[in-house]
Design a protein around this ligand. Structure first.
Ligand code: EPZ
Length: 423
């Protein structure tokens, strides 16, 4: 295994280019198997999660070629429709294959994804929506077996859950509806930019979709979808992570290749903490200050503050003036980073789905352990600001969602090395 060794208190400078969005890439790669013929996708980030979904597709017989962020997918050779536990357990996002498999191939056998460190990852909304379109679902020894006896039929699907909307349940139902007979209405759909990107991709394949980006999406089923060529959106969560790296190290840096209107909730919180931010349509510049104010944040579905930036902004708030409060409304248990941040000298206490963060004057380097993608990014941010050396072990968690992380940070002047862990 490998670890990061980071020398903190190093000012950053220069510019970092944002990669393609992991959370747009996964559902779009999944949807591409519905096309008659080859699809070519551009701006696909070279991440472990992308490699994982490609392994599942190759296992099913789909031919793929991935180099220089261009991915070619040829689904013509697909011959089996099972996603085994060893793949699904490493990446819950692979559930986004369920809708496309059922829509195009009328069958899917999927290992139940199980929980993970950010909390239980139920799929009841996925199954409820797909059943509404006519999918028969059985549960066989921890596997979901889905079958379409005749053909999928359009329907009205209410997709809201106790946590509001579900991103990948929306993706699955929207994909399935594109090839269903008749019209489907999805009420309480997720509004995330990644859902809009998926809808744009599906429309290029020939789907008829209206209202994406709102809570009500209307889909008119078509007989076939064709392979196409498409460029995915940049990663708003990677961008937010670098923006917070600029502020926590009190550095002026430029983050480019961003769709800035995807980050307005983050900009709002940065300004609320008394800091300034400069941005155009596709770039952001951090304008640092020595100190910033404590604030309150509640994570919500888009366009609310994203749960995927909760750990990273918590690192930033460990050094604020005053006591901050973060309420996690999307994944109420998503606080695995708190213990490790406290090892770095932070002063955070938990009360159910709320984290109380008392600002401290400085963090001190220590040995910590990565445990989840965004929690690990939070540890990197804290290490960049801490006095002394921090070692972060099990950084394979970071490789799931951050392309060339240590290279991008080193190019900004950070003192970060990837080294083999002593066994
Ligand atoms: C997507 O996961 C993202 N993953 C997550 O990013 C992100 O945190 C999440 O959306 C929320 O924005 C990908 O896009 C690959 P949800 P998803 O269904 O779709 C509950 C990262 O770090 N729920 O929107 O699985 C669920 O438990 C990852 O990049 C049900 O109750 O999340 C949660 O509380 C982590 N039943 C809430 O809804 C269901 O059937 C939102 O989850 C489905 C979800």
């Amino acid at each position: 295994m490998e670890k990061f060794v980071i020398e903190g208190k190093q000012k950053l400078e220069g510019e970092v280019k944002i990669s393609g969005s992991k959370n747009a890439a996964l559902p779009i790669i999944a949807a591409s198997i519905m096309g008659e013929g080859k699809t070519i996708l551009h701006n696909i980030p070279n991440l472990k999660d992308v490699q994982t979904i490609l392994k599942i597709l190759n296992y099913m017989g789909v031919k793929t070629k991935f180099e220089n962020n261009v991915l070619e997918i040829d689904p013509s050779g697909i011959y089996q429709f099972t996603a085994p536990y060893e793949f699904v357990s490493t990446m819950r996002g692979s559930i986004c294959l369920l809708g496309p498999l059922l829509a195009k191939y009328k069958t899917a056998k999927f290992s139940m994804p199980g929980g993970c460190v950010i909390g239980p990852r139920p799929i009841d909304l996925h199954l409820k929506g797909l059943k509404k379109l006519g999918v028969k679902i059985e549960n066989e020894e921890g596997y979901i077996v889905g079958k379409v006896e005749d053909k999928l039929k359009g329907n009205i699907v209410f997709l809201g859950g106790n946590f509001g909307s579900s991103v990948l349940a929306t993706a699955n139902v929207m994909c399935a509806a594109t090839l269903a007979e008749g019209e489907t209405i999805i009420e309480f759909a997720a509004c995330e930019p990644e859902i809009v990107d998926l809808a744009n991709f599906l429309k290029k394949m020939g789907a008829k979709i209206y209202g994406e980006g709102s809570h009500l999406i209307r889909i008119e089923g078509v007989k076939k979808l064709k392979g196409t060529e498409y460029t995915i959106i940049p990663d708003r969560i990677e961008a937010g992570t670098y923006i917070l790296a600029g502020y926590i190290t009190k550095s002026r840096i430029k983050i480019s290749g961003v769709i800035t209107h995807h980050l307005l909730s983050l900009f709002d919180k940065i300004e609320e903490s008394g800091l300034e931010i400069n941005f155009g349509d596709t770039y952001v510049e951090t304008i640092p200050k020595e100190k910033w104010k404590a604030i309150e944040i509640t994570t919500l579905p888009y366009p609310g503050f994203p749960t995927d930036l909760q750990a990273q902004i918590m690192s930033f708030l460990t050094l604020a003036d005053g006591v901050s409060l973060i309420t996690e409304k999307v994944f109420p248990e998503r606080f695995i980073h708190v213990g490790e941040l406290n090892r770095l000298g932070a002063d955070i206490t938990l009360d159910g789905s709320k984290a109380i963060i008392k600002g401290v004057s400085s963090l001190k380097g220590a040995k910590v352990m990565a445990s989840d993608l965004r929690a690990s990014a939070a540890l990197v941010l804290a290490a960049l600001a801490a006095e002394g050396t921090t070692e972060i072990s099990r950084i394979y968690h970071l490789d799931r969602g951050y392309e060339k992380f240590e290279k991008k940070l080193s190019d900004l002047g950070a003192k970060i090395k990837r080294v083999k862990e002593e066994t």
